[in-house]
Design a protein around this ligand. Structure first.
Ligand SMILES: NC(=O)c1ccc[n+]([C@@H]2O[C@H](COP(=O)([O-])OP(=O)(O)OC[C@H]3O[C@@H](n4cnc5c(N)ncnc54)[C@H](O)[C@@H]3O)[C@@H](O)[C@H]2O)c1
Length: 269
């Protein structure tokens, strides 16, 4: 995408973290931001930050895990703004440390509804319109945990692997079209992801995880994602740990687990 001036950009989960930072940076580049989040207060803060910088932003409170709400949002956006050039499927949440045996199935369903079905339903809501634009992008935020499987994170990993699979298959269908599909795999980014996680009582591990694993500033991650959209880059890894994990998985598709467990245990000590 040559530039972002006057582009209509939908960003989900814009009330915090990377979604907020992308909203601010893209509005600064002249885009019209159509921001959504379930968290009204966070969304209002983002709106104020964007407006303070002289940017244009419209906000909608939407639960991306609710299919009917997502399709209603899609209809409203197209009625109000006419078209969409970029869709950034960013909203998501994590679960605290919990093994599959003890997990509440409700939480597994909820994380799939938000992290996976939210992405699919938004894409379905906007795909026809995106295909009419001169150039368009769909950006799906997966994770390091969409490349490697980790213990005590089965639902989150499942949702993020699903986002990767959806993005890769859709990319094949859209290969000769105007729509670029970008799948992003961030490592540890300093956002509210740990604070906003559904905790299972192991707050000490979450605190440690937040302090030791979430290192990259959200602004830096947002800038890398925006650069990837501009360059029509279809796969983006953010953080040295993601590059390392990605090559480990290729070298040893099953054995990578033991190496990673050793490294992660050391990092959390
Ligand atoms: N921070 C990291 O280290 C990291 C790493 C890999 C992937 N990710 C992914 O990046 C994306 C952005 O997360 P972040 O790190 O900025 O975290 P964050 O918690 O700061 O922001 C996530 C936003 O999504 C919103 N959200 C959550 N559930 C929602 C729902 N049902 N409907 C609408 N909005 C909802 C939250 O209210 C919040 O504003 C997520 O998909 C996350 O899984 C984050």
């Amino acid at each position: 995408m040559k530039n972002f001036k006057d582009k209509n950009i939908v960003i989900t989960g814009a009330g915090s973290g990377m979604g907020r930072c992308m909203s601010i940076e893209l509005a600064g580049k002249g885009a019209k931001i159509i921001a959504s989040d379930i968290n009204k207060q966070g969304l209002e803060e983002t709106v104020e930050m964007v407006k303070r910088n002289g940017g244009t932003i419209h906000s909608h409170q939407v639960d991306v895990g609710k299919e009917t709400a997502v399709f209603a949002f899609g209809e409203n956006v197209l009625k109000e703004h006419g078209h969409v050039d970029v869709l950034i499927n960013n909203a998501g949440f994590a679960l605290g440390k919990i093994n599959f045996k003890s997990l509440k199935m409700n939480d597994f369903h909820k994380i799939m509804d938000v992290n996976f079905w939210g992405v699919v339903n938004h894409t379905k809501a906007f795909i026809d319109n995106l295909l009419t634009r001169p150039e368009a992008s769909i950006v799906n935020i997966s994770s390091l945990f969409g490349i490697i499987g980790v213990a005590d994170q089965v639902p989150y990993c499942t949702s993020k692997f699903a986002v990767k699979g959806f993005s890769e298959a859709l990319r094949m269908e859209l290969m000769n079209s105007n729509v670029v599909v970008t799948c992003v795999h961030p490592g540890g980014i300093k956002t509210n992801i740990a604070k906003n996680a559904v905790h299972y009582g192991d707050d000490e591990t979450m605190d440690k995880f937040e302090k030791r694993a979430l290192r990259i500033p959200a602004e830096e991650a947002a800038s890398l994602i925006i650069k990837a959209i501009r360059n029509k880059q279809e796969r983006l890894l953010i953080g040295p740990e993601v590059y390392m994990a990605d090559s480990l998985v290729r070298t040893s598709p099953v054995g990578y687990g033991k190496v990673l467990k050793f490294i992660m245990d050391k990092a959390m000590q």
